[in-house]
Design a binder for this molecule. Structure first.
Ligand code: A2P
Length: 220
């Protein structure tokens, strides 16, 4: 296929078209702004600040960088395990450059990251590496369905790498799977907000956000 002669990228993934990137950044900012004002959030501020009295401006707290995307396979220019196999995979080659619609089903915030959960279709799942959930080093997440880790990193707090976003998502999903309902905090315009302890917030979107994205790779 077309990728055979090329060196391996930093990662493969779906890259959101630019018009929808702006929309999602706005939605994310609005959510952070609203979350910041909720009494329920203020009650748990210590998770973010380490100090009970301190205030936090969530919009400043998280830094966003680069174009919005949903990583499928982190290849690290070939150094990551399974990178070459992934690049040679038939579906990866067939679908390279194609556009499909990602469904963003939830937004989540932790003291480390803010992200959007992506609910993959069966067709999109053919591009999902078999071990993505296991590689995250969240033991309870190993039995989650394939694709559970799929997400878009919207921002990271100081000193946190974007790889953390998928780990944070898997931890929340593992809690749900263990039967922890979380604490339903409030019905917001966008959906229902649930608190899972330790500064973990999940907003399940009433209407998933539909985001056209191109399956491609990033060399950096
Ligand atoms: P994510 O997909 O959660 O945003 P970096 O800038 O740190 O090199 O990462 C480039 C992209 O690859 C980011 O999107 C990042 O996280 C993802 N990524 C980095 N390391 C890994 C990893 N070990 N496993 C999966 N994805 C990774």
């Amino acid at each position: 296929g077309p990728l055979a002669e090329m060196s391996l990228p930093l990662f493969f993934g779906w890259f959101l078209l630019s018009s929808v990137q702006d929309k999602i950044r706005c939605t994310s900012m609005d959510f952070l702004k609203t979350l910041d004002t909720l009494d329920a959030f203020k009650k748990h501020l210590i998770d973010f600040t380490g100090k009970a009295e301190k205030e936090v401006d969530l919009e400043q707290y998280f830094q966003a960088k680069g174009t919005l995307h949903c990583t499928t396979k982190f290849c690290d220019y070939g150094k990551a395990e399974g990178a070459k196999d992934y690049a040679e995979n038939q579906a990866v080659n067939d679908l390279y450059g194609s556009v499909s619609e990602l469904s963003l089903s939830a937004l989540f915030v932790t003291p480390r990251t803010v992200g959007a959960r992506v609910s993959l279709t069966e067709e999109q799942l053919v591009l999902w590496p078999a071990d993505a959930e296991k590689e995250a080093d969240v033991p309870a997440a190993a039995s989650l369905p394939r694709g559970s880790r799929a997400h878009i990193t919207l921002g990271c707090s100081e000193g946190v790498e974007p790889v953390q976003t998928g780990v944070d998502l898997l931890e929340i999903l593992a809690l749900q799977q263990e039967g922890q309902q979380g604490e339903l905090v409030e019905e917001m315009e966008l959906g229902s907000l649930t608190y899972y302890g330790s500064g973990r917030w999940l907003l399940s979107l009433r209407e998933p956000i539909c985001a056209p994205a191109c399956f491609s790779s990033y060399y950096g």
